[in-house]
Design a protein around this ligand. Structure first.
Ligand SMILES: [Zn+2]
Ligand SMILES: [Zn+2]
Length: 327
């Protein structure tokens, strides 16, 4: 099958023709129809996440149909359409798994990092970590829901019930979350790279009540701020924009160092926290909620062979919404 392979850290992906995988016990073989490109894929390629499988097929926002079932894989039928997210396997027995926090599992394995992912014509996944996709979504449109959407959903949930939500970095995750926050009756304040009028227009078009540069203060103090850009300097900026008792959630897996900042920005019970990975419960809740909330995704498609161009466009910030690869 055709695949895009990371063979060494920091190198462009290489087109490869590799043996088709087979479904092992409890696994399904999936024909990939669409795989969205996540910022985490850039962090893997750049070596900002330690020790990826090498060679690796990246990609963890996969939509496809099941073409083969391994032994004891009876959760889905051949021909069913499923989505495969970042969380690919958990141990089920550690303290975190038993406590409903499998996102923090000590042994967790992740799609497109330690397990080959969706930058390929076929992929194999543990059936317990596959999810049905609502028929109201096309394959391409559904793909960004699987990470941008559902890790964003977890980040928004951890931000609390506040009404005024700041979104720093208006990319794939924020463009989905703005719609969800509106549906929940919240008000969205969108922060983009300073001077990025196109991204600010995009945010207003998705219901943001205010959009400006990340160097600006919003017109009202925020109840919570979610940071999706991998820029540590946004943490003190977001704290400064957040009211007493508010929460700043860092939604990315990697961020540049957070600069020193005066304690008064944190004082008055402000909270900084990160969000890591997802649980299967997050995925089930969000994938049921997305069609009810009328969430649509904005995508730019690329042939699988142009995965490097998709990654480059994500890196330079020229994308509106999410990049999606089509094998
Ligand atoms: Zn575990
Ligand atoms: Zn992701």
């Amino acid at each position: 099958m055709r695949a895009q392979l990371l063979t060494a850290i920091g190198r462009p992906l290489a087109a490869g023709d590799v043996a088709a995988p087979r479904a092992g016990p409890g696994q399904v073989l999936i024909r990939v129809h669409a795989c969205a490109v996540c910022r985490t894929d850039l962090h893997v390629v750049d070596g900002e996440l330690p020790e990826p499988k090498l060679p690796l097929i990246p990609g963890h926002e996969i939509v496809g149909t099941i073409v083969e079932r391994g032994a004891e894989a009876d959760r889905f039928n051949i021909g069913d359409r499923v989505g495969v997210p970042w969380l690919g396997w958990t141990c089920g027995v550690c303290e975190y798994c038993r406590g409903g926090r499998e996102n923090l599992c000590d042994q967790a394995r992740f799609t497109g990092y330690q397990i080959d992912g969706g930058y390929a014509e076929l992929t194999v996944a543990d059936q317990r970590f596959c999810f049905a996709i609502d028929r109201r979504y096309g394959d391409v449109e559904a793909a960004p829901l699987l990470c941008a959407g559902l890790i964003g959903y977890r980040a928004l949930r951890l931000a609390g019930d506040g009404e005024r939500i700041g979104l720093y970095g208006f990319g794939a995750a924020a463009h989905i979350l703005a719609q969800l926050a509106n549906y929940q009756g919240r008000r969205v304040f969108a922060f983009t790279r300073p001077g990025d009028a196109a991204a600010q227009d995009f945010a207003r078009g998705l219901g943001a009540v205010w959009a400006g540069g990340s160097d600006e203060m919003p017109p009202e103090q925020l109840d919570a701020a979610l940071i999706f850009a991998p820029v540590g300097a946004l943490v003190p900026a977001a704290l400064a924009a957040t009211r007493k008792g508010g929460t700043v959630v860092c939604g990315g897996i990697h961020m540049s160092d957070i600069p020193a900042f005066p304690y008064r920005l944190l004082w008055e019970e402000r909270v900084i926290r990160s969000v890591a990975n997802l649980t299967r419960r997050d995925a089930e809740e969000f994938l049921a909620l997305a069609p009810k909330a009328g969430i649509r995704t904005t995508t730019r498609t690329y042939p699988l062979a142009e995965a490097n161009r998709a990654l480059a466009d994500l890196r330079t910030g020229t994308l509106e919404g999410a990049a999606v690869l089509m094998p």
